[in-house]
Design a protein around this ligand. Structure first.
Ligand code: NAD
Length: 513
């Protein structure tokens, strides 16, 4: 740890050995049982965080409800100014926070820094947005009338996040929700509670310096039971949940039951189509980064390569060669390409996938395996694997959150590749490698990819914050981040104003007294 400056990073972020996991801002408390956060990098205990009790949750909701009354009347550009200050703090603390993300979650230091950069980017985006929360003006059918729509804040936004993007997903939600006038309650993943504590401390200081009330930024901690406190709570009009499809179905049903809104960002099963016109070098880089980056633990990780039969052997051999050059090890060491999986359960799921694909008739062309010995003491390091398979296999249809890449072959037209690509339940990210305009446009057309993200000559992972992010089908249908994703954090109101002395009715209806 000393070599990589983790102790210093924890100190700079104000994370101690035992941390209160419940907070309304400057005030933190915690009497619930502790979560011990172990690093998948070296298996060491990093620190502990207390979980949120029902009584503490009530305190948080009281503070948030009361803060909403102050925050919603502050002009949006002034709320944007607070988010701008948060971006400044994130710039100042980019290195320690990036390091903690890397050490607690296991992604490479470069990706940890990238995640913090994404937080800064969404804050900057939100600052501009704070002057553009606009609705439309319509022409009324009635003389002397004006119609327009405006967007108002919703209230408390509950955020439930996954372990793999422990800080960026929170900021995608909060930066927008705050400029929209909402207050936020965040439950980070129980696998990465410390990055949550660090973000809350950074944010609380910004709100404190601006003399803003407690409750605008709140933190709760624990497992699904703590998440359920929000999904069942009518006082939380919007729950934004990122994680597995299994979780999303439960959250959607629970929030839907009380007619709340949910924003769901769930699992993917992303593919790259490699056509006869693909650039081989770009294909290899895109596919390998997509499959092994973050050890295959991105929702947008490349899981399936759908290769035209005329290119199949060439692409397979080039990718197998590229895998031989991968360095697996401590993600804080920048010479390594692939870090650990999050925990031993994830290792088991990886092993299960490899067994299952062989059982179903697949052929492992890069075998994989769990690494042991010096540098791999945590037991969470695995070798990225490649299997030749068929799209119909049950395991190929399933998202395994690990570096397992399936090679699938297609023949004939790009339509056949699209059928394979769309032939899964998930609909998050997709890509085509081609220099053929017809194929590219076909892929992007209404008959093409059915995913929320469709890229040409780029891999499936690594989205920018400027576009709306999310996917269809089992991915949940939610959109976060750029474009007009902000609208989900607000309620729309249609206003009609009559500036005459008459009261004509719409549709020409007569009603005389
Ligand atoms: P997970 O579903 O196990 O947990 C995610 C979060 O949901 C955690 O905070 C957990 O405590 C909470 N949770 C679980 N059950 C709940 C319930 N019944 N009620 C309320 N909260 C509940 O997911 P994970 O293992 O942390 O993350 C990996 C998954 O997340 C993958 O499927 C990945 O594709 C997906 N993911 C999707 C996106 C996206 O934007 N589409 C982004 C990141 C991760």
């Amino acid at each position: 740890i000393a070599d990589f400056g983790i102790k210093e990073a924890l100190e700079q972020l104000g994370v101690s050995q035992t941390n209160h996991g419940t907070s309304t801002g400057s005030q933190s408390f915690g009497t619930g049982g502790e979560i011990a956060s172990y690093s998948p990098v070296d298996g060491e205990l990093i620190a502990k965080v207390t979980t949120t009790t029902k009584e503490e949750y009530e305190k948080v909701i009281d503070a948030a409800s009361s803060a909403f009354k102050t925050w919603r009347v502050m002009p949006a550009p002034q709320r944007g100014e607070i988010v701008r200050q948060l971006a400044d703090e994130l710039r100042r603390l980019k290195e320690p926070l990036g390091k903690l993300v890397s050490y607690e979650m296991g992604k490479s230091y470069q990706e940890g820094l990238g995640e913090v950069q994404e937080m800064i980017d969404i804050c900057d985006f939100a600052v501009g947005l704070s002057r553009q929360l606009h609705g439309l003006t319509m022409h009324s059918e009635r003389p002397g009338h004006r119609m327009y729509e405006q967007y108002h804040p919703l209230g408390i936004v509950g955020i439930i996040s996954a372990f793999n993007f422990p800080v960026a997903v929170w900021s995608w939600n909060t930066a927008l929700a705050w400029v929209c006038g909402d207050v936020c309650v965040w439950k980070p993943s129980e696998k990465t509670p410390l990055t949550g504590v660090a973000c809350q401390k950074i944010t609380a200081e910004v709100f404190r310096k601006n003399n803003l009330p407690e409750g605008i930024s709140c933190l709760i901690n624990g497992d699904y039971k703590v998440g359920e406190m929000m999904t069942k709570d009518k006082r939380v009009p919007l729950v934004s949940a990122t994680g597995s499809t299994r979780m999303g179905k439960i959250v959607a049903a629970t929030v839907g039951e009380r007619l709340g809104k949910s924003l769901l960002e769930l699992g993917g099963n992303n593919a790259i189509i490699v056509t006869p016109d693909a650039d081989l070098k770009m294909t290899v880089i895109g596919a390998v980064f997509g499959a092994v980056g973050t050890a295959g633990q991105r929702c947008t990780s490349t899981r399936r390569l759908i290769i035209h039969e005329s290119m199949y052997d060439k692409v397979k051999n080039a990718i197998v060669d590229a895998y031989k050059q991968l360095h697996i090890g401590n993600p804080l060491d920048e010479n390594n390409h692939v870090g650990p999986l999050i925990d031993k359960d994830a290792v088991k799921a990886y092993q299960h996938a490899l067994e299952k694909v062989v059982e179903e008739g697949g052929n492992l062309v890069v075998e994989g395996g769990v690494l042991e010995g010096e540098g791999y003491e945590s037991g969470c390091y695995v070798k990225p694997a490649i299997a030749e398979a068929d799209n119909s296999y049950e395991i190929v249809q399933h998202e395994t959150f690990a570096p397992v890449l399936y090679l699938l072959k297609y023949s004939g037209d790009v339509e056949n590749a699209l059928e394979i690509q769309n032939g899964v339940n998930q609909g998050l990210s997709s890509a085509i490698m081609t220099n053929n305009l017809r194929e590219a446009e076909r892929f992007l057309s209404h008959e093409g990819s059915d995913c929320g993200i469709a890229n040409v000559n780029i891999g499936t992972s690594g989205a920018e914050i400027g576009g709306a992010f999310g996917g269809e089908k089992d991915t949940g249908g939610g959109r976060e981040s750029g474009s007009d994703a902000w609208k989900v954090y607000m309620r729309r109101q249609t206003n009609t104003i009559n500036y005459t002395t008459e009261l004509p009715l719409a549709q020409g209806i007569k009603f005389d007294l």
